[in-house]
Structures are given as C-alpha cells and as structure tokens.
Design a protein around this ligand. Structure first.
Ligand code: DX5
Ligand code: ZN
Length: 222
C-alpha cells in the first residue's frame, strides 16, 4: 500500500487519437477534465515505430492550456531537449536505456525550467535511478514495451511500482510515479494500489466516448 499523498493525475496519450480530428479530440479531453496531455515521440530506432515530432507539438500548443507531458522514445534524447522545450513541453521524459549521460541530460532539462523525468522499460532495473533521484520529478514505469498503443499490461510491473514507491517513501521523496501501457478498468486499481499516481491511457480514453472515458477514469483517481 502506498504512503504517498501526491495528487493522482490522468494523462491521456494522443497516440490513440483520431489525427484527422486531433484539435477536437484535445478540446474534448480538456473539457472532460484530463489533467495533462501525454505526447509520445518515437524515432523508429529506439522503438520500432515513428510517431510525430516538433511541428505537431507546436501547433497543438496553441489550442490548449493543458500541460504537455512529452515522452521521448528517442535515442540520445539530449540532442533534442531545447527543441522540445521550445515547442511547449512542461515535462520531458527520457529513457534511461538510450541516454548515455543521464545525469547531464536531466540537468539540461531542469536548467530550461521544466520538469525532468526518467522512463524505464519493463526489463530495466530500478537501480539505474540510484544516483539521479535528486534531478527527477517523475519516474515513468513502462507497463508495456514502448512503441505501440493497445498492448497488454505486463504483470511484473506491479511489484516494480510497489518497490519504487517504498524506496521513495523511505527516502522521503514525493516523486511522481507514472505508468504507461495497458491501463484499463482492470489494471487501473492495481497500479494505484501499488503506488502509481500519474496514469497514462491511450486506448481506454479514445476507444468510445472520450468524455465518458475520462470521467470514469477520473472518478477512480479521486
Ligand atoms: C507506448 C506509449 C504509450 C501508449 C499507451 O509506447 O508510450 O503512451 O500510447 O497506449 P495504451 O494506453 O493503449 O496502452
Ligand atoms: Zn508514452
């Protein structure tokens, strides 16, 4: 059971949006009470797929005041931090697996005045966080292998979330734990109970009525 008192948030992933209706979809999310937008940037190298980049982020920045949570699934993300900050990112998440100088890039993000977060793939140990926790606002525990929406939650993630929340509590650190991948009616209570407080959801937000789905998830997060 988590001891954390930090706020629960819903971060819908626009990867599952209808891109021909992206502006409208974002307005619906905002009106329904989504807390922020999760924006998945994929480079076709770190992950198999390619999604979208700076021009898309800059244009949606003009139509919403929701915070932008940018998840970079990109090799050596340090090359692009300034670009994504300029596009309007409020948080930038980088993967520990593809960032040679993790400390340097986290510092680079913080120096730009935005939130810095580290993502871990399902097979990556929590130990990579040991010497960077002072620079981190959020840890993203990937609950699927990154690269695609609509995958199944990986069971071992639950223990990993629990262990991380326990370690953070012992250290007295109010760091957000975000989960991403396969979050639905069944897995949502499991991740919350384990100690996650920021929930990314793609399929379970965009499949059907955005308004109803956001309201339903938010009612569980209260
Ligand atoms: C996967 C992405 C996720 C994805 C989640 O690599 O990081 O954000 O959009 O999609 P669902 O909620 O459908 O698993
Ligand atoms: Zn993501």
């Amino acid at each position: 059971m988590s001891l954390n008192k930090i706020a629960n948030k819903l971060s819908p992933s626009i990867l599952s949006a209808d891109f021909s209706q992206l502006g409208n979809n974002i307005k619906e999310l905002e009106n329904a009470g989504a807390d922020e937008l999760h924006i998945d940037v994929m480079d076709g190298t770190f992950v198999p797929s390619i999604s979208f980049g700076m021009p898309l982020i800059s244009s949606i920045r003009k139509i919403t005041s929701m915070p932008f949570d940018v998840h970079l699934m990109v090799n050596e993300p340090g090359r692009y931090i300034e670009d994504f900050a300029k596009c309007g990112a409020d948080n930038i998440t980088i993967h520990a697996e593809c960032c040679t100088h993790l400390n340097r890039v986290l510092t680079q993000i913080k120096e730009l005045g935005i939130r810095a977060s580290v993502a871990l793939n399902p097979a990556t140990s929590l130990n990579v966080l040991d010497y960077v926790l002072n620079y981190v606002d959020m840890v993203l525990i990937m609950t699927v292998n990154p690269g695609f929406g609509g995958q199944q939650y990986i069971e071992e993630s639950t223990e990993k979330i629990k262990t991380l929340r326990e370690r953070l509590n012992i250290l007295g650190k109010d760091i957000d734990i975000q989960v991403d991948g396969g979050i639905n009616d069944t897995t949502l209570p499991i991740v919350l109970d384990a100690g996650a407080n920021v929930v990314v959801a793609g399929t379970s937000v965009f499949n059907g009525s955005i308004k109803e789905n956001v309201k339903k998830i938010k009612s569980v997060l209260k």
